[in-house]
Design a protein around this ligand. Structure first.
Ligand SMILES: [Fe+2]
Length: 141
């Protein structure tokens, strides 16, 4: 099994592009903040730093989700509600992990890291790419 530590940091790749520059920039920033959180875990920082970096990541994720949803409203994207639910579910999963009292804090952070890493890439490559075409057709690039 590949340990999380042995995996290279994520970096934004051209293949992640959804064809809308502002969304791509925000995805790249999310990846940057995710790496910051991962480094804090790997460098064994205390709870305060972990929570601060995770806070920055989830705060920015919420801003980004709202931005995408606004764009989808603007171009009357038919799957807006389903997409909105994907965003809301991810945000509540993260909150749920962090509020759980069953595992030690640093273990929870690693669980959140793996969850966000997988969720973000799948989401960009799947659901986000699905609405990109619609946005381009509405002149949003
Ligand atoms: Fe999205």
């Amino acid at each position: 099994m590949i340990r999380e530590k042995d995996r290279p940091l994520l970096s934004w790749k051209a293949s992640y592009s959804v064809g809308v520059a502002s969304v791509d920039e925000q995805h790249a920033r999310l990846i940057f903040l995710l790496n910051e959180f991962r480094s804090a875990i790997e460098e064994n920082h205390g709870c305060e730093v972990l929570e601060r970096t995770l806070g920055r990541l989830s705060e920015y994720a919420e801003t980004h989700f709202a931005y995408e949803e606004q764009l989808m409203e603007r171009c009357a994207f038919p799957d807006l509600e389903a997409h909105r639910r994907l965003h809301a579910n991810a945000a509540s999963r993260i909150r749920g992990f962090m509020e759980s009292a069953e595992l030690p804090r640093d273990t929870l952070c690693s669980v959140v890291l793996v969850f966000v890493q997988n969720w973000l890439l799948n989401h960009i490559m799947g659901a986000d790419k699905a609405f990109a075409e619609r946005m381009q057709a509405h002149g949003i690039t």
